[in-house]
Design a protein around this ligand. Structure first.
Ligand code: FES
Ligand code: FES
Length: 173
């Protein structure tokens, strides 16, 4: 049996018909040809498939497409207008925050949502003082991006990129 699903992906409207077991990741990649969300583990463990769903970051390999009928999805391809880079993407380039790049689309989507979560004052497990203004330390960045693994081990530069984006995009000297 197949079900109709309507998705808005990076600003484009799509109507598709999918088996109800189809994950959001497979709907994006296999049905719509949106290839930036990557299939790393397909088990919710690596974060390579992270996209923004109605503004929240989500492992798309763990989500069923039919459960997100009508949702607005943003992938790494839609974080900035065509031909431009978002502040997070620019910081990743300037800080050389990747090697093979396989994890990078998930990292930039996750970092984008994470910066908004921090701006909204949402604490993490390493936030010491829940009453104080949130200080986005390297420890906070590492904890908040701990669901996004990088097999190349580019973590030092990823943290530097997120720190740069968090501080308004100024490149550290
Ligand atoms: S592919 Fe989704 S978390 Fe690894
Ligand atoms: S840059 Fe290769 S897995 Fe992260």
């Amino acid at each position: 049996m197949a079900y109709p699903v309507h998705l808005v992906v990076d600003g484009q409207e799509h109507d598709l018909t999918v088996d109800p077991r189809t994950t959001l990741l497979d709907a994006l990649r296999d049905h719509l040809g949106v290839m930036s969300p990557k299939k790393g583990c397909d088990h919710g463990q690596c974060g390579a498939c992270t996209v923004l769903v109605d503004g929240r970051r989500l492992n798309s390999c763990l989500a069923l497409a039919v459960a997100h009928d009508g949702a607005e999805i943003v992938t790494a391809e839609g974080l900035a207008p065509e031909g431009e880079l978002s502040a997070v993407q620019r910081a990743f380039v300037e800080q050389d925050a990747f090697q093979c790049g396989y994890c990078t689309p998930g990292q930039v989507c996750s970092a984008t949502a994470m910066l908004q979560e921090a701006a909204d004052g949402r604490p993490s497990v390493v936030t010491a003082d829940l009453d104080a203004p949130l200080d986005l330390t390297d420890e906070e960045i590492r904890e908040r991006l701990s669901g996004n693994l990088c097999r190349c081990g580019a973590y030092v530069n990823i943290v530097a990129a997120v720190r740069q984006a968090a501080s308004g995009g100024e490149q550290e000297r």
